[in-house]
Design a protein around this ligand. Structure first.
Ligand code: C2O
Ligand code: CU
Length: 476
């Protein structure tokens, strides 16, 4: 537990990861000046050992989001440790170079713990990436985007959870336990202040050189539709699982909770004194309840840059081939013609998948897969069983692997809303999280390699996850 400056005024009480490099460990740790954990930099192929020491008053565990690791290294909530306990992670980094992250994952408390600060970036590099000479050092800028609500005293306000999880220990003021707040904590939690890298920033000074902006939507529930304010396209070079085959250009980019995008930007496109800014554009189909002063899908500024200095004049060059990316071949799946269907459902105030809520140690026959095979999974967000026919977007994450998006299909009655986000969905490249809009079916190709065991898949809107939109899959 700590106190940090998040915005002007009184420091905010947070929970945070304070890391230090163990003797003899390869890799590096870059401490953050906010509530976020240190940026962990690792190389593909290296072995890493990490000790988690729990100094919180409640159980916790860390999940390495996006990493391909054995099941007992993955931060499943069944491995949560109590106060004062220690968990030792040791694994080999098999992932491609890319922008990954880590965060708390105890069952029922993930939303609360992440909101209070327990998250950080984990950047992997490799030789393929190094050969491209992408902007490095200061030119390689991770941007973690999150939303928070503050009380008058500058403290985070996170609604106390229902379901007997106990009142929030840190939020003040907003911690009522009425039906409204139970509803909000189940539907999702939106903040009305946008933070970048754990701070409420006005503007970032940048010189007129090319930069790599590694965007992470680290918000609990909010989805962003990011665009430059002057309408210049975004140049996307990577997704959740690393670099694309070639740069892609988008007028806007939609990032659901936990999704990442690597953006290459040449700030020489703007002149000294200009202030290009990233904003979130309006869209439909976001969260519709408990939305407060800054609803999901509204328009707001995210981050402003200020161009300083006049040089250099030479334009920066981005290679037009980036990385090896195998073509998506659904035919490798053992069920290519018959995708497994995962219906995102909601019963009596409980989210679920195919009508089942989370069970710590269970996986159904459908959720059992064979090591060394590929399968096609289809997430369906059609509001089956839902209260009042309500349907909202879900950001589906599969632990322990990277998958490819094969296809999407939208139901007619949602098509108009869908068009407000569809051009900004990045389905190229490796993904570990995919946004499934209301009325949508998203098909993914999933491969189960190297590690047998019990892994999670769930909605990364953390309040949905905490209230049951999470299940296990078992690799045998
Ligand atoms: Cu980033 Cu199970 O989550
Ligand atoms: Cu969800």
């Amino acid at each position: 537990r700590d106190q940090v400056a998040v915005r002007p005024g009184r420091p905010t009480e947070v929970w945070r990861y304070k890391g230090k490099l163990l003797k003899g460990e390869a890799g590096s740790l870059q401490p953050s000046d906010s509530y976020l954990g240190p940026v962990i930099r690792l190389r593909r192929g290296q072995r890493v050992r990490i000790e988690l020491i729990n100094e919180l008053p409640e159980p916790t565990i860390i999940h390495w989001h996006g990493l391909h690791v054995p099941d007992d290294m993955d931060g499943h909530p069944r491995h949560a440790i109590g106060p004062g306990q220690r968990y030792v992670y040791a694994f080999r980094v098999l992932n491609r170079a890319g922008t990954y992250w880590y965060h708390a994952h105890p069952h029922g408390r993930t939303g609360h713990q992440v909101y209070h600060g327990l998250a950080g970036l984990l950047l992997v590099s490799d030789e393929e990436e190094a050969a491209l000479r992408l902007p490095g050092g200061d030119q390689d800028m991770p941007l973690v985007i999150q939303d928070r609500t503050f009380d008058d005293d500058n403290q985070f306000v996170y609604p106390a959870a229902g379901h007997g999880m106990g009142a929030s220990m840190m939020s003040r003021g907003g911690g009522g336990r009425g039906m409204g707040s139970m509803m909000a904590s189940m539907m999702g939690v939106l903040g009305d202040r946008i933070l970048v890298n754990g701070r409420q920033v006005q503007a970032l000074d940048v010189d007129r050189r090319a930069r790599r902006l590694r965007l992470l939507n680290g918000s609990n529930t909010r989805t962003y539709k990011l665009a430059w304010n002057d309408g210049s396209p975004l140049t996307v070079i990577g997704t959740d699982g690393g670099l694309l085959a070639a740069p892609a250009h988008r007028k806007f980019l939609v990032l659901g909770p936990a999704e990442r995008a690597d953006i290459w930007t040449d700030f020489a496109n703007w002149k000294e004194g200009e202030s290009p800014s990233l904003q979130s554009l309006p869209f439909e189909g976001g969260m519709t309840m408990g939305s407060g002063p800054l609803p999901d899908g509204s328009q707001f500024p995210v981050l402003q840059f200020r161009i300083v200095g006049s040089g250099p004049v030479e334009p920066a060059r981005l290679p037009d081939r980036l990385a090896q990316l195998p073509p998506v071949q659904a035919s490798v799946a053992i069920n290519a013609e018959h995708p497994k269907v995962f219906d995102l459902t909601m019963g009596m105030m409980v989210w679920g998948i195919n009508g089942r809520p989370f069970e710590m140690l269970q996986a159904t026959a459908q959720e059992t897969v064979k090591l060394g095979t590929h399968e096609v999974w289809e997430f369906r967000n059609e509001g089956r069983n839902s209260m009042m026919g309500m349907v909202m977007a879900h950001s589906m994450h599969i632990h322990g692997l990277q998958f490819r998006v094969i296809g999407r299909e939208i139901a007619d009655r949602f098509a108009a809303a869908y068009r407000t986000v569809q051009p900004g969905l990045m389905d190229e490249g490796w993904k570990d999280t995919v946004l499934v809009m209301p009325g949508e079916r998203v098909r993914v190709l999933v491969g189960f390699e190297d590690y047998p065991g019990l892994f999670l898949y769930h909605c990364h809107m953390l309040e949905h996850e905490d209230s049951g939109l999470m299940r296990n899959y078992l690799v045998k």
